[in-house]
Design a protein around this ligand. Structure first.
Ligand code: NAD
Length: 471
């Protein structure tokens, strides 16, 4: 057994663990990083990256079927599933060097490719390496939750970890769960040629503004994705050529494949958390607002930290932690608003509070402004006019949140994130000049409309008349 004394030991080389390792090692600390699986974790290998690559392929197929509005004949694309999978693999392979062992060893990180567990409050052991560190960062991520539906365990099913390699291509994909994963993959598979039925026990994309969800659901319905809200799977069984799902509505849906997308669970098992005195809750390990676990030497980031399960949340956790640990500048994990996006088409994105959440906190001090994409010249030129932006403001016009739906929705919210981080009011969005014609004008127009009632009021007109009358 090789014994190492380190400054920081990190369990898990996904988005969170890698970001801590990159920051701490480049700032001169001695870092040991354990990874039992692929470098890059869920995001690179089985999550964000392959799903966005698959979505891009689906988008291309959809564009071919719907080109006649531009004067180009609609054609039914010939989808070669093996080639689509090679495209997805190629994208992963292109990005992989950023997360690679070589790159991190170049930073001076000792990378141990082994499953690590706590063997003491400040000791982690993996493979034949035992590390005692001043601080330990748990970044063990999460995995798909498989619900206890009768028959599911015995029936072949897919998750985001296996679907990108599925073979043959699904004839009819039944999806459990209309959260981001179910909606994104459901639409992509539909566009690539599968029949798709999504069963949702509650409401699809429930976290988002109702009017934004409605735009997405209408688009999915037009494309032939069957989304059944308030319909749970009560039992599942294998059939001769696939699966049958018995629903809470009492009917049976038969398909060729089943994708389970009903949420994720934190990876907290078999890592010796008890040995280190680290408590676990339903969502992951218990962390305080500085990401510290119940063991004062151990911190958690990313999916295991019992908070948002998003790659950019893991990245933010890592940067908050580097500030807290390395610069002694304690940074709260909830001190910035984290955006969240669903990369379906039309795209759906939000940041901060929804209107209902804002009203629950600030009552009638809340004002919302909207601007519809069909009033945007770029959207018209591209014949892609679905959607809108909505900005939620509170007392004094402070921005509390925003939603965008439509092309580039998630990118559109970047200035809102900046304004919220700087605690600016909606006036700040009216200042910069957006290039014409861009969808960026949507934000400016929405923000400008906040002032329309006062700008074009009788009072302002009287002021102008007076000023105009001056010599
Ligand atoms: P989720 O928790 O966001 O949604 C799961 C959905 O499944 C919920 O709507 C729930 O009501 C439903 N459900 C639960 N049990 C069910 C059942 N038995 N039958 C039918 N429906 C059922 O989970 P997800 O979509 O799997 O995503 C997991 C995590 O990954 C989330 O935190 C999500 O935010 C994140 N993620 C984000 C993105 C993105 O931001 N674009 C993409 C993928 C995943």
């Amino acid at each position: 057994m090789e014994k190492i004394a380190a400054d920081i030991a990190i369990i898990g080389a996904g988005s969170g663990g890698l970001s801590v390792a990159a920051g701490a090692s480049q700032l001169g600390l001695k870092v040991v990083l354990f990874e039992a699986g692929e470098m890059g974790g869920d995001c690179l290998n089985t999550g964000c990256v392959p799903s966005k690559a698959l979505i891009a392929a689906g988008k291309q197929a959809h564009a071919m079927r719907n080109a006649s509005r531009f004067g180009i004949a609609d054609v039914e694309p010939q989808v070669d599933w093996r080639a689509v999978k090679a495209h997805v693999r190629g994208v992963i392979d292109t990005i992989a060097p950023i997360d690679s062992q070589d790159r991190f060893e170049g930073f001076g990180v000792r990378v141990v490719r082994a499953f690590a567990r706590f063997t003491g409050p400040r000791t982690v052991t993996g493979g034949d390496v035992e590390v005692t560190a001043k601080r330990i960062v748990l970044a063990s991520g999460g995995r798909p939750f498989i619900p206890p539906i009768p028959g599911l365990a015995e029936t072949p099913h897919l998750t985001n970890e296996t679907i990108f390699a599925v073979d043959p291509f699904p004839r009819h994909l039944i999806v459990l769960g209309a959260g981001p994963i179910g909606i994104e993959l459901g639409q992509a598979f539909r566009r690539l040629g599968a029949a798709v039925t999504i069963l949702e026990a509650a409401e699809p994309l429930a976290r988002f503004e109702p009017e934004a969800r409605a735009v997405v659901l209408e688009a999915l319905a037009r494309e032939g994705v069957a989304v059944r809200a308030q319909t749970a799977a009560t039992a599942v069984r294998q059939t001769g050529d696939g699966v049958a799902v018995i629903t809470s509505a009492g009917d049976v849906i038969e398909g060729s494949h089943l994708l389970v997308a009903v949420g994720r669970r934190a990876n907290v098992e078999n890592i010796g958390l008890e040995a280190a005195g680290i408590q676990v809750s339903r969502n992951g390990v218990v962390t305080d607002d500085r990401l510290r676990t119940t063991n004062p030497a151990v911190y958690a980031v990313g999916d295991v930290a019992g908070r948002e399960q998003l790659t950019h949340a893991a990245g933010w956790h890592a940067s908050a932690l580097v500030r807290t640990l390395l610069f002694r500048a304690p940074t709260r994990a909830d001190s910035v608003a984290l955006p969240s996006a669903v990369y379906c088409e039309p795209e759906l994105a939000m940041i901060g509070l929804t209107e209902a959440e804002a009203r629950a906190q600030h009552g009638d001090k809340v004002r919302c402004v909207h601007w519809a994409a069909d009033e945007n010249d770029r959207a018209q030129a591209e014949r892609d006019v679905e959607g809108f932006v909505k900005i939620v403001t509170g007392p004094g016009g402070r921005i509390l949140g925003a939603t965008a739906v439509g092309a580039q929705a998630a990118d559109l919210l970047a200035p809102i994130g900046l304004a919220m981080a700087q605690r600016l009011t909606i006036r700040a969005l009216t200042g910069p000049v957006a290039p014409y014609p861009t969808r960026g004008e949507l934000l400016k127009r929405a923000a400008g409309s906040f002032y329309t009632p006062t700008l074009f009021s009788d009072r302002t007109r009287a002021v102008v008349r007076f000023l105009w009358s001056l010599p």
